[in-house]
Each structure stands twice: as structure tokens, then as C-alpha cells.
Design a binder for this molecule. Structure first.
Ligand SMILES: C[S@@+](CC[C@H](N)C(=O)[O-])C[C@H]1O[C@@H](n2cnc3c(N)ncnc32)[C@H](O)[C@@H]1O
Length: 257
């Protein structure tokens, strides 16, 4: 059994982020697999549908909604529960590809931002291929990531002159500001991890970047941290979920530029 899958980066929330390559890929797919559960996924799946309606030239494509199992909380790295959760997610994807797609059709996963950045789709498809039950042909179309969108909206470069950039998670930031790069981009912040950064840094923060709800704040972290914390709590209460990303820049580094 052979299945063909497009993994399409759709940008970080603004349909105008769609590239010409992504639009062409949309038009090759017969079935779109749409995760659909919880307030956040419902809003994000609405955007995926809007993108399909706006960019697909001929009707006749199928939308296939699916739920993924909830991740056990709190997740602990390398635990059996995480392995079991991954196996359950892979089983859902394998069933979708087996039962919802014909041999000659392309199926598509519309991945938020870019598929290479903090998204599990490519790893899941790799695991399914490794199991060997179905042969998979996978094509990946890059998208505008939230990191690029954030930098553009703030009109800043990600790196200092000749410097490096670290992209990391709030969980890792709790271990301290990474050494070796002056600019640190933080994603997946369930709380307000920037509050615990002791160093003197500037912050460029953005929530729902590229969407109608976009909020941007920048400044010296010690001056704007409370404002950001208040804004993100209010936004989360209003919408039921929040997606924010920020870049922290060591102040002595930005002074050198
Ligand atoms: C599961 S990751 C997906 C990242 C995505 N693949 C990308 O390329 O941006 C989700 C995280 O991306 C960031 N994110 C995604 N869209 C965003 C947006 N429109 N505004 C701000 N942050 C966003 C947030 O840090 C969020 O916690």
C-alpha cells in the first residue's frame, strides 16, 4: 500500500503568508486532514478552511476532521506516558492515510507556520514510514514561520552583526538564558517565562502575530514585562488561548551594533 502526502506550511495566521508554491500544492491535494479539538484548534482549523476556500481553484476536495489524543499532563520527558501518547497519535495518522486516501490521491496536512519548527508532523510521518505498514511519499512545502512574522512586524533582524540566534522553548529558558548567542527567540510559552530572566535584555514580543488580534510590545524587559504579562493574561481570557513568541536581546550586544 502506497500513500502520497503533502506537508504544507501555511504561515503563522495571516492567509497572505501563503507562498505561490503552497497555493500550487493546495491545488494538487484531494483530501485535507484538519485537527479539530478545543478552542485553539477550532480557531486554527477555521483559518485552514478559509485558506482552502480562498486558494483552491476547483471544488471537489475533501476535508477530513480528526482528533488527536490529549497529551498526559504534566508531560515528563522520556516517560512511558509520552511514548504511549506518540504511539496513539501515530496510529491516528496511519489510520487517516490508510482509510481516507486513495492510492492515486495526494493528501495534505496544513501545518501552522513552517513544518520544520516545533511541529511534530514530519516526525510522525517518519515513524509511520519506519513501521513499514504503508509506503509513504512525502513532499514538504516551506511556510512563513511565526519567528519570521514576528521579526517582520517589529522591523528587526533576528541576529546582531555576524552573531548567532538561538530558537528555544520557554521550558528551556527556565534553565537560564542560553550562552553563546546574543539573540534568543522563545516559543511555546504557556506562562510568562520571560519574567524569570535576570539579565538586562530587550524584548520584542508578539501575540497572534499576523492576525486581526495581533498585539506587539517591545522595550527593555524590566520596563515592559508587567505590561506584557497583563496583556497576555487579558488576551488569553478573552480568546481562550494564546500563541506568543518573543526575542530577547542582550543589551550590551545591541549597544555594540
Ligand atoms: C507548535 S509551535 C508551531 C510553530 C510553527 N510551526 C511556526 O513555524 O511558527 C506553536 C508556537 O508557535 C508560536 N506561534 C505560532 N503562531 C504564532 C503567531 N501567529 N504569533 C505568535 N506566536 C506564534 C508560539 O510560540 C506558539 O506557542
Amino acid at each position: 500500500m502506497r500513500r502520497k502526502v503533502l506537508v504544507i506550511g501555511i504561515g503563522a495566521g495571516n492567509p497572505d503568508h501563503m507562498t505561490v508554491e503552497a497555493v500550487n500544492a493546495l491545488n494538487r491535494a484531494a483530501a485535507f486532514f484538519i485537527p479539530d479539538k478545543g478552542a485553539e484548534k477550532r480557531d486554527l482549523s477555521a483559518l485552514r478552511r478559509e485558506i482552502c476556500e480562498r486558494f483552491i481553484r476547483s471544488p471537489g476536495y475533501r476535508m477530513v476532521d480528526f482528533d488527536t489524543p490529549d497529551r498526559a499532563k504534566p508531560p515528563s520527558f522520556y516517560s512511558e506516558s509520552v511514548a504511549a501518547w506518540r504511539a496513539a497519535v501515530e496510529a491516528v495518522y496511519e489510520r487517516l492515510l490508510t482509510e481516507e486516501l486513495g492510492e492515486d490521491e495526494w493528501g495534505a496536512f496544513l501545518v501552522w507556520g513552517d513544518p520544520s519548527l516545533y511541529d511534530g508532523t514530519l516526525r510522525i510521518l517518519d515513524s509511520i514510514r519506519a513501521r513499514g505498514v504503508i509506503a509513504l511519499e512525502v513532499e514538504v512545502i516551506p511556510g512563513i514561520s511565526s519567528v519570521q512574522a514576528l521579526a517582520a512586524r517589529h522591523r528587526v533582524a533576528l541576529n546582531g552583526i555576524g552573531g548567532s540566534v538561538t530558537i528555544t522553548t520557554a521550558r528551556r529558558l527556565a534553565e537560564g538564558l542560553p550562552q553563546g548567542s546574543d539573540n534568543v527567540v522563545v516559543m511555546l510559552d504557556g506562562g510568562a517565562a520571560f519574567k524569570n530572566v535576570a539579565e538586562d535584555v530587550d524584548i520584542h514580543w508578539g501575540a497572534y502575530v499576523g492576525t486581526a488580534d495581533e498585539i506587539l510590545v517591545s522595550g527593555r524587559l524590566r520596563d515592559v514585562a508587567d505590561e506584557i504579562e497583563r496583556l497576555r493574561a487579558a488576551a488569553r481570557a478573552r480568546k481562550g488561548w494564546i500563541m506568543d513568541t518573543y526575542m530577547l536581546t542582550r543589551r550590551d550586544a545591541s549597544d555594540e551594533d
